[in-house]
Design a binder for this molecule. Sequence first.
Ligand code: NAD
Length: 271
Amino acid sequence: MIPPYRIAVVGCAGRMGRMNLAAIHAAEGCVIAGGTDQPGSAAVGSDIGLLIGGKALGVTVTDDPVELFAQADAVIDFTTPAASRRHAELAAQAEVVYVVGTTGLSDEDQVFIDKAAIQTVVVQAANMSLGVNLLQVVTEQVARALDADYDIEIVEMHHRHKVDAPSGTALMLGEAAAKGRGVKLSDVARKSREGQVGARPRGEIGFATLRGGDVPGEHSVIFATEGERVVLSHKAGTREIFAKGAVKAAVWGRGKPAGLYSMRDVLGLKD
Ligand code: NAD
């Protein structure tokens, strides 16, 4: 009999952390290996089962990631850029499958993820949903088909607690559009506008950020020219879709060679 696949969650008291725990609990062949949250979090010491609104599981939330990584086959991380730096190092040392969904990473933060991927399997995606990963593929195709007469604008809305902007998903869609156009996003991105910004330069890829309420995530990629607009959209109705994707990524990573993978690898959407 195959032993259950032990998946741990760092930042397990967060909005996504709790969803990830519930998704592991529901997944066949998987068990919750444990969870951490940051020192001082009210969740530390609580039973993980109670944290997700179920029966006690006899596994408590700790603030010691070192011990947790040693007990797991895979670790899911939706926390903060600073925490993910540390988690990436621990994942490499413990050689566990590391699924990282944290957004707002700087280039310096990203170096930690890239380094971990030399040692172990890392699946990184700013959005773990099937729908957004499909949208990414389609965005690249449409951007390739339509020339710079079509202005590309990316609009996103998220709940009021989100701390980074534009969202990681909006940037991921911007990268896809830039790739389709054969340009570098950093050369053409306009991440916000205010005041006398002048007319829109040809070829720019613009971003607009909305924040409010409890929206789990909405994204539209707009291709606008004189006379018509093509609008590609995705609306997440629940965070469950990201958690299910994260667990799918963790299971997919089992036994794979070390490397940096994306949800497009997991979902078989690579060309
Ligand atoms: P949140 O603030 O609700 O949760 C983050 C959790 O991490 C908190 O419980 C916090 O205490 C914990 N934490 C912080 N530092 C820690 C540390 N050093 N060790 C352990 N735990 C620590 O935020 P959220 O809405 O769950 O989002 C978390 C991240 O995931 C954000 O970057 C968000 O943009 C991203 N996100 C990604 C996807 C995706 O599909 N990739 C989907 C949704 C959210």
